[in-house]
Design a protein. Sequence first.
Length: 243
Amino acid sequence: MTKLSVNINKIATLRNARGGNLPDLLKVAADCERFGADGITVHPRPDQRHIRYDDVRNLKPLVTTEFNIEGYPSQEFMDLVLEVKPHQCTLVPDPPGAITSNNGWDTVQYASFLKDVIGTLKKEGIRVSIFLNPDITKVEGAKAAGADRIELYTGPYAEEYHNALTQPQNFALFNEYKNTAKTATEAGLEINAGHDLNLDNLRFFKLHIPQLKEVSIGHALICDALYFGLENTIQLYKRLLVD
Ligand SMILES: CC(=O)[C@@H](O)[C@H](O)COP(=O)(O)O
Ligand SMILES: NCC(=O)COP(=O)(O)O
């Protein structure tokens, strides 16, 4: 069974639109867990446009499943993560103004930076995952930097998935995901995945990357919840993650 971590960024987006506390992010997180989520993911960005730093602090004592904090390791982000001590920290190379995450780490160029950051987090007992493109040449650097896991950036997978249904010969990209996952597993790294996963494309990914430990899903899941309700939606996603 692959774990489902629900990314609640979009709940904070909705709350922030009006300035009050509706929807209540902490209640939604607790309800996601009650409805079957195996973890809660948040991605506080420098402009705090959705998840605020205080949300992260307030969530910590409430999350009873796995707490995963994602983000670019600026000094501010590192201070927050070291204070909160989540189960997992996912490092993402987003520049400050990024609309959303759209690239994995260049583990060669940032080798020494990543090694320092990961060493600091691991000293505090925090598991570290790093966001990676499907590219086997970046796996060795992830291992050398001390990461425990990689999170495969599934944005390009999601984009190509629909074309691939009609033209499977065009889905060469998926081999890159399989090869990267295999190389990482052989190097002793565990595999997470995320970005633009949804009810259509999740099962194929899960079936072909059997070592997949965890997916973090936010945007599509919250959109689906508008139609199906949060409890049903979480159960629909979980059904796609069974072995
Ligand atoms: C790392 C990753 O893929 C997700 O965190 C994604 O970027 C969600 O962030 P936003 O909700 O800000 O788009
Ligand atoms: N790490 C990916 C994540 O948390 C959610 O990404 P998305 O489902 O909002 O695209």
